[in-house]
Every structure is written in C-alpha cells, then in structure tokens.
Design a binder for this molecule. Structure first.
Ligand SMILES: NC(=O)c1ccc[n+]([C@@H]2O[C@H](COP(=O)([O-])OP(=O)(O)OC[C@H]3O[C@@H](n4cnc5c(N)ncnc54)[C@H](OP(=O)(O)O)[C@@H]3O)[C@@H](O)[C@H]2O)c1
Length: 260
C-alpha cells in the first residue's frame, strides 16, 4: 500500500483543526483519500472539511471528540471501525506549560490520556480492521522530544516511539505498517496554546507542517518505523542518543520558558 489513495481508501486524522493534523488532512485529501477528521472544535472541523471537499472533491466526515475522555476516545475508535480506515494518524496533542512537580496532577493525567491512552486505544481499533484485511498504515505523531529527558511530555512521546517500533516489527509482515513521526519544532498553534515563549528558538530549528507531512508520508511508504524529517533533526536526534542525558536535557529546555 502507498499513501496515494485509491478511490475507496479512508484516512482518519485526530487533531485536524490546526497545525500538523490540518496539514495531514490537506495533503491526504490532495492524494485522494476520503477523510474522517476529529478534534474538539467541530465548527473549525466543518470549515476545514468544506474547503477540502470543494478543493479536492473527496468525502470528508467530521467527528467532534475530546480525546482526554473515555467516551470521546470510544467514539473515535467506533469511527475507525465503521469506516474501516486504511490510514490512522494519531496526531492530536498538547503539552502543559508547567513542569511536573509544579503542574496540576489532574492536568497531567489528562495529558497522559491524550498522548498515550488515546493513540493506544485507537491503534487497537485500527489493528482490528487492518490485520484481517492484511493492509493498513498507522502514523503516531511523537516528537524528537521523545529522545530526550524533558518531563512527562517527552516520556509520553518516548512511549509512543517504543510502541510504534514494536508494532512495526510485529505487524509489518502482516501488512500493517506503523511509524512514529518525530518532528522538531514546527510552526503550529502548539507553543502558543501551551503559553511558552519561543523567541529563544533559532529560526533554523523551525519546520513547516506541510513539508513535514510530505516527508513523513514518503517515510511511511518506505515502511520506516521512525521518521525524523529534515537532516538537521536527524543529526540532533542522533546526538541525543550519544551525548550524556544531562547535557541533552539542558539543550532541550529551549521552548519551555513559560510566558509571564
Ligand atoms: N508543533 C511542534 O513543534 C511539535 C513538535 C513535535 C511534536 N508535535 C506533536 O504534533 C502533534 C500536533 O501538534 P501541533 O503542533 O499541530 O499542535 P496544534 O497546532 O496545537 O494542534 C493540536 C491539535 O490537537 C487537537 N487537540 C488538542 N487537544 C485535544 C483533545 N483533548 N481532544 C481532541 N483533540 C485535541 C486540537 O484541536 P481542538 O483544540 O479543536 O481539539 C488541534 O487540532 C501533537 O501530538 C504534538 O505533540 C508538535
């Protein structure tokens, strides 16, 4: 299977109202996928859906769901099953502006639900339709932060990398490819929503969501278990594996300064 769709292929993208998820929706519609788009803001989802239907003449369904809730995750899992999705993009995400120990534990639990429990549950639903069919693709949007010690957000993204690698090793032969996408800094609403100051992040470190998505889909078609778009972040991720964790952690503090 390649990520250029035949007429009957369907992709489900979580977190499609903004940023990377929105870029996935646009690129997949351009490639001819029917889409199921989910996020909490249904008015914004409808706007995206209208523009993609008009531009690419593809079917787009929208589904409002909060993936920090059991009921929201179940609703999206049911959509995975009902649409028999060919490509699942577990993208929805957010991070807390405060470090663990200073953050609210209830918010930490919700972050864990969004970044770990939801993709795990949706992957389970996807495997149930993909394995009997002998084909399917799953992208778990992780982060290069998953290679660094950087608090609970990094820990959750590390979980997603490890999980995706295992899924790929285990089910690729059965026709289901799973890939962890590990972006560096991407210009989206992510940092603004988190309330952090990004002015110290050098310009060369920023990636564009549209370029990121094209690189990710190319890696997916190659069957990669991990995709790190751009040479600069491939070098940095490699360094992160070999430099002492304390040094990596100091560098990784970039982009975490909470706005006053
Ligand atoms: N931007 C970066 O620098 C960067 C780097 C590495 C990895 N990532 C990862 O990339 C993914 C996408 O982030 P982004 O940068 O595109 O951020 P973004 O622009 O803030 O978009 C986040 C998306 O997730 C949705 N979302 C947030 N909380 C949700 C919830 N509780 N339930 C359902 N949907 C929810 C949002 O929609 P609603 O608000 O409408 O629900 C939105 O569509 C995340 O997993 C993030 O961790 C981002």
């Amino acid at each position: 299977m390649t990520s250029t769709a035949s007429a009957r292929q369907t992709a489900l993208v979580t977190g499609a109202t903004a940023g990377i998820g929105n870029a996935f929706a646009s690129e997949l519609a351009r490639r001819g996928y029917a889409l199921v788009l989910t996020a909490r803001d249904t008015a914004r989802l409808e706007q995206t859906a209208d523009s993609l239907r008009a531009k690419h003449r593809v079917r787009v369904d929208v589904l409002g769901a909060d993936l920090t809730t059991t009921e929201g995750v179940q609703r999206v899992a049911d959509a995975v099953t009902d649409h028999g999705v060919d490509l699942l993009v577990n993208n929805a995400g957010a991070s807390l502006g405060r470090r663990f120990g200073q953050s609210d534990i209830a918010e930490e639990s919700r972050q864990l639900d969004l970044l770990v429990r939801a993709p795990m549950h949706l992957t389970d639903a996807a495997l149930a339709v993909m394995l009997p069919r002998g084909s399917g693709q799953i992208i778990n949007v992780s982060s290069v932060a998953g290679f660094t010690p950087r608090g609970t957000y990094s820990a959750h993204k590390a979980w997603l990398i490890n999980f995706s690698q295992w899924l790929n090793f285990t089910y690729a032969e059965a026709g289901v490819v799973t890939m962890a996408l590990c972006p560096g800094f991407v210009r989206t609403e992510f940092h603004q929503r988190m309330g952090v100051d990004t002015t110290e992040i050098p310009r060369w470190m920023w990636l564009r969501a549209d370029n990121l998505v094209v690189a990710a889909l190319a890696d997916l078609d190659k069957g990669k278990a991990i995709s790190i778009p751009s040479v600069r972040y491939q070098v940095l991720a490699n360094l992160a594996r070999h430099v002492p964790p304390r040094v990596v952690a100091r560098f990784a503090k970039l982009g975490r300064k909470v706005r006053q």
